[in-house]
Design a binder for this molecule. Sequence first.
Ligand code: BGC
Length: 744
Amino acid sequence: MPTTEQLTLDEKAVLLTGRDFWSTAPIERVGVPSIVLTDGPHGVRLQDGSPDHLGLHDSRPATCFPPAVAVGSSWNPDVAARVGSAVGRQCRALGVHVALGPGVNIKRSPLCGRNFEYYSEDPLLTGALAAAHVRGQQAHGVGASVKHFAANNQETERMRVSADVDERTLREIYFPAFEHVVTEARPATVMCSYNRVNGIHASENRWLLTDVLREQWGFTGTVVSDWGAVRDPVAAVRAGLDLQMPGTGGVGARRIVDAVEAGELDESVVDTAVERLLALTELADTSGGEVDFDADHALARELAAECAVLLKNDDDTLPLAVDARIAVIGEFARTPRFQGGGSSHINATRVDAALDAIRELATEEVEFAPGFTADGSGDAGAMRDDAVAVARRTDVAVVFAGLAEADESEGFDRDGISLPETQIGLIRAVAAVAPRTVVVLSNGGVVSLEPWHDDVDAVLEGFLLGEAGGGALADLLFGVANPSGRLAETIPVRLADTASYVNFPGEQGHVRYGEGVMVGYRWHESVGLPARYPFGYGLSYTTFDVGALCVDVLGEDTARVSVTVTNTGSRAGSHVVQVYVSTSAGPVRRPRRELRGFAKLRLEAGESRTVTIDLNRRAFAFWDVERDGWSVAPGEYAVQVCENAASVTLSQAVTLRGDDVLDALTMESTVEQWFTHPVVGPTLLAEFADRADASERAPDMLRMVGSMPMRTVVGMLGDAAPVTKLEQMMELSRREADRRISPA
Ligand code: BGC
């Protein structure tokens, strides 16, 4: 690899902005190759013709694997790893060096148009899946680009809006997935987002790109801009951005050269970015190999079957008998909805329709009626009547409903979560006549199940399952595969029940994350607001027993959890052990419970296995703004093994020593802090007790003046204030603070 000394300033600047839409500039004179970056993450979007970052123009055929919304519901890092690995293999064969993904933004609102590209409303689940994807992909020598850093949780005004988020919320909710991937999977690149974070564009945000990402998390890779996110290339390089994409026809490079020559930008800053870029170009060595699209299609089907979530199954309506009289209703059975719109849009090699796959598995004739058109055109009444007539003559009607591709996409947010009215009418009309009704849903963002949920017997939420999703759905409907997905996001009863409702998507250039850390189930559980289906929910065709919980507290506020899971039903299936921590310890309001560990176990009928899940210190910690770091508060914590976020199966209380920290007293400390200080407090109380008149009224007085800073009290006392005594006490408290252990 050449060094920066071998390059001229012009060449260095050229390296820091793309050559064109999808590649970096080569410097042939010294043998620096160009590398190709293109979209993923659930497939390769390699364009030969006109380029675009909105999925408008063609790209080469590639396998469309289940998008992140589906992988999120698998709760299985192995599924994410296998998607990543297959994408890595295809990238390598197609000559792509960096696949842009995975997206690890948190689903703050069900309305975000890009939720299908994100895994979950929970940072731990998101981070675990994304890290597995990155490892799987990078094992083939193809770099990942974890995106969009940071707080890019909506599409409305995504290029300009300022996400106004307090630091604890960033650290506890919006950062951890990035942090986990960076520290555990070492992605080649991180992509900064378009938006501003607390007023400063992510691409120019030094705190974000350098202080947090590099200095605190140890990221050593390349920071790439989202496509078109750089406004000021000089400010961007200064903040820690390395590669501006796409190319700007030399404009960006010229700005950098001019700034160095004018003495406004230190050349050493340019050199640092260039060094990282040169390291990235080493990925150019890894190209080649073959792709077996048939094998990858089969893989896409297998993985998709792990992702769908069985929400309702009254009277064991599912699985269907192969010889049942089945009516398939709904255009999406024939024309699948399987991926989202925008830059991640894959030109699938082939697409399985559920209708065909059902017909292949059924032994009797399967009738079909479209029931509606995806774009809402046509005579809805006539289509519904046809569907009802078909449903009437069968044992079970399977209605494929959902959102059309035009309803949700990168670039805009939705304004509601209902299914289209025609589909709601269709489901209810079919359910009124069919002996049994199953609804299969295809949607990227969460849809409301109101008001039809109680009319139907079963609901299978498929989200978007990729090109082989139709086959996977048929496998699940007939029990060839046993549903094992769990919701990675809450399905609310009403949109208005969601935490960000009053703040989303903001106004006048700002979106205030007013709900703080109370995102998704954290909000529903904390305020006792039931969801239609909670985070973590999902049924199976078999049953499980979970027992023998044992929680051992280990050193340094960590713990080891073990539980035994038994498949008590008659067929093989998978169960997701979900471990949450619940506490009110510490000075900040904690969510009612938070997911801190999980494991998916596949068990044969009758099989029993014990699983161990380690909880690290972070599982108990909160971001302490006063210490600018993570603190574990001493106190009681409940470690809960849950069926889902709303249902605790087993719980064990543990006591943690926590961080033994105590701030020194200052004149800004309150009277209450002074009086309750473990060293100084007793002396003060004793003095008080000596004064009989005051001591009688002490409790009331303390209550009233407790929140006053000592400075105010001293000011009021004037010359009578015992200033020297207070100073001595402050010194005592300083010594006590030093004596205690500071947090790690
Ligand atoms: C998207 C990115 C994508 C890039 C390149 C942007 O509009 O936000 O996720 O990787 O385009 O297509």
